[in-house]
Write a protein that binds this ligand. Structure first.
Ligand code: ADP
Ligand code: S3P
Length: 132
């Protein structure tokens, strides 16, 4: 079942409730959880992630994010949040969420780099987290 199917059947509140349940059920020591971008909207999710994990915010500028999403929209997994064109949607949504990403993250990584570089930056952050 895709995200679009869940939203069509249950609305965004239904999806968000399942998202919280899933976050809690998949969390275990050593697991890497690539959450959806909306995970930080619920205070309970933010609190849970900070308490139980090392949270990394993959930060990139709006034009970079918009270009990547336009190349592979995957509309079934990322149904529109606002009904606006992608670059406008990304700008609006990021403006609303950036402070929440920052307050939830233990580390902020520059995700505008190539994937291999982003992986190195994440590993550096995780090594820092286990060293301290
Ligand atoms: N560092 C990167 N460099 C180039 N393209 C990337 C990078 N990170 C992600 N992408 C591309 O951006 C799109 C969205 O990335 P994805 O990891 O699926 O993000 P999310 O899980 O937040 O939806 C995908 O098409 C992916 O290949
Ligand atoms: O930002 C959001 O609100 C969402 C992002 C999606 O995940 P990705 O960030 O993996 O695309 C997915 O959870 C859902 O479509 C909602």
């Amino acid at each position: 079942m895709s995200v679009a199917d869940i939203v069509a059947a249950e609305g965004w509140p239904g999806f968000r409730a399942r998202e919280t349940e899933t976050l809690i059920s998949v969390t275990q020591p050593g697991a890497v959880i690539a959450t959806g971008g909306g995970i930080i909207l619920a205070p309970v999710n933010r609190e849970f992630m900070r308490q139980n994990g090392v949270v990394v915010y993959l930060n990139a500028p709006v034009p970079v994010l918009a270009r990547r999403l336009e190349a592979f929209p995957e509309a079934d997994q990322r149904p529109t949040l606002t009904g606006k064109p992608i670059s406008e949607e990304v700008a609006d949504v990021l403006a609303q969420r950036d402070a929440l990403y920052r307050e939830t993250a233990h580390y902020i990584v520059d995700a505008s780099a190539a994937p291999e570089r982003v992986v190195t930056l994440i590993l550096d952050a995780l090594h820092l987290a286990t060293a301290s």
